[in-house]
Design a protein around this ligand. Structure first.
Ligand SMILES: [Mg+2]
Length: 259
């Protein structure tokens, strides 16, 4: 199965990091996932890497999240149990897609909320092929107000989670009591999914651009991804988030992260 549609610009940034990483001597001993790219895919990467800066905010955040995922200590079951969300899947074999809200589906500027282009079609199509959950790091009042804009007829989301469902600053997927092979979390802030980094699907933040096409590309990617048995295997192969931090080291990392 070919999974090469998604979030091209997001993938490009990641591919650049990986390409740089592959040039480092340290890579020889690193425990990377085998490189499965064919020549065609490699030439596309070269074309795009000239245009994209690896210093962008998302690249820095991915680096940090990748590192943090190795240090993350799973919180005890009692803490998870207090935040359980019961999910009623539409169909037994349906996968679960957990969607972030701000800067993933919507952006706020000067008291205005701008819905990401293609959002309605994205939710409409996706809600038919998986079980959709909204998970915001904000409070319920904010979620309720935004849902009036993006899901006015309450037809897309099977559950809405807020800051009260988070463990610290992390969206720990264990609260859904679903096999982790069946869950994808999409978020513009990768730190949110460090508890299960191989379930994470990063997306470039939406900051009000009219020509944004990330949701359109993401939908194409998801339509394939949701057919696989274990999403973690595909996501790890594509984004390599667990190894992402190895591209930078020492001073480089500090400069890039905190400059
Ligand atoms: Mg967000």
């Amino acid at each position: 199965m070919k999974l090469n549609h998604h979030s091209k610009s997001c993938q490009i940034i990641i591919n650049k990091k990986i390409t740089n990483f592959q040039n480092l001597e340290t890579q020889r001993t690193a425990d990377t996932t085998p490189d499965l790219q064919n020549n065609d895919e490699k030439s596309k990467i070269n074309y795009f890497t000239n245009k994209i800066s690896s210093d962008c905010k998302l690249a820095r955040e991915l680096h940090e999240a990748s590192l943090q995922s190795h240090w993350y200590i799973e919180q005890p079951k009692e803490i998870v149990d207090k935040r359980i969300v019961k999910l009623k899947k539409q169909q037994k074999n349906h996968k679960v897609v957990v969607l972030d809200l701000d800067e993933t589906l919507i952006y706020h500027k000067n008291d205005q909320s701008i819905i990401r282009p293609f959002c309605k079609q994205f939710l409409d199509r996706l809600s038919k092929i998986c079980t959709l959950v909204l998970f915001t790091a904000a409070k319920i009042e904010h979620a309720t107000n935004m849902l009036k804009l993006i899901d006015p007829n309450k037809q897309y989301f099977k559950a809405v989670c807020t800051i009260d469902n988070m463990i610290g600053k992390v969206k720990d997927l264990r609260i859904f009591q679903t096999d982790l092979k069946d869950i994808v979390i999409i978020d513009n802030s990768p730190y949110n999914f460090i508890a299960q980094i191989n379930n994470g699907l990063p997306i470039l933040p939406f900051e009000g651009q009219n020509d944004d096409n990330q949701l359109e590309e993401l939908l194409s990617y998801l339509e394939d991804l949701l057919l696989v048995d274990d999403v973690r295997i595909e996501l790890a192969k594509k984004f390599k988030l667990q190894q992402f931090y190895k591209e930078l080291n020492g001073r480089q990392a500090i400069n890039k992260l905190y400059s």
